[in-house]
Design a protein around this ligand. Structure first.
Ligand code: SF4
Ligand code: SF4
Length: 198
């Protein structure tokens, strides 16, 4: 019963607050802002702290783990990586951290993005985050695909070749080991059959 009356009282209080605000605006000075020539004060550098706007990816921090891509419910993040080979002297970030995956492609299609923020929440390095930027309309949808990878075509080709060479080398080592094992097994079988005859 106590709840019943407190709910009624809260409802009346809320309605009165709303009416007070409406009443104040009836007599306040009217202002028309000539957007986009003048902005609302909130736009002049200070969006609310947790506002969801355009994303940005700091490629110096990104490790290519693809967690953000897997988390995106509308598949608007497209990442491609190349495994860094062992002993690549360039496989270090400016910070000195080792590179294990080269991020050859990191595209976000903002025509599809619904600003749910799921990509930023699980990023282990905080490489992807929301910016203050919300005005980026385009006439062409393709211009809403933002590419964040900083790798050049030459770098991508070079890293791809290094990886292919490493794979070929590993395959050759494995084939040699298999051939040696087969030869040893054959020799052992021949010795065994020779002993059996004698
Ligand atoms: S932005 Fe973060 S979650 Fe996405 S690939 Fe880079 S490190 Fe991983
Ligand atoms: S905010 Fe949501 S929809 Fe947009 S890229 Fe991130 S996970 Fe995908």
């Amino acid at each position: 019963m106590g709840n019943y009356f407190s709910n009624i009282s809260a409802g009346i209080g809320t309605a009165l607050v709303g009416m007070r605000i409406t009443f104040e605006h009836l007599f306040s000075k009217k202002v028309t802002r000539q957007y986009p020539d003048t902005f609302h004060p909130i736009r002049d550098g200070h969006m609310p702290k947790f506002a969801r706007n355009r994303l940005y990816v700091d490629m110096e921090l990104c490790i290519g783990c693809m967690i953000c891509q897997r988390n995106c419910p509308v598949n608007c993040i497209d990442i491609k990586t190349i495994k860094a080979v062992k002993g690549d002297p360039e496989a270090f970030k400016k910070s000195g951290d080792k590179v294990t995956l080269w991020v050859e492609k990191f595209d976000i299609d903002f025509a599809k993005c619904m600003f749910c923020n799921l990509c930023t929440e699980e990023c282990p390095t905080d490489a992807i985050y929301m910016t203050q930027e919300f005005e980026y309309t385009k006439y062409n949808r393709n211009e809403l695909i933002y590419s964040f990878s900083v790798m050049t075509d030459d770098q991508i080709a070079a890293k791809t070749k290094l990886l292919e060479d490493e794979k070929a080398e590993k395959a050759a080592v494995a084939a040699k080991a298999a051939a040696e094992k087969a030869a040893a097994e054959k020799a052992a079988a021949e010795t065994e059959s020779g002993e059996a005859k004698s």
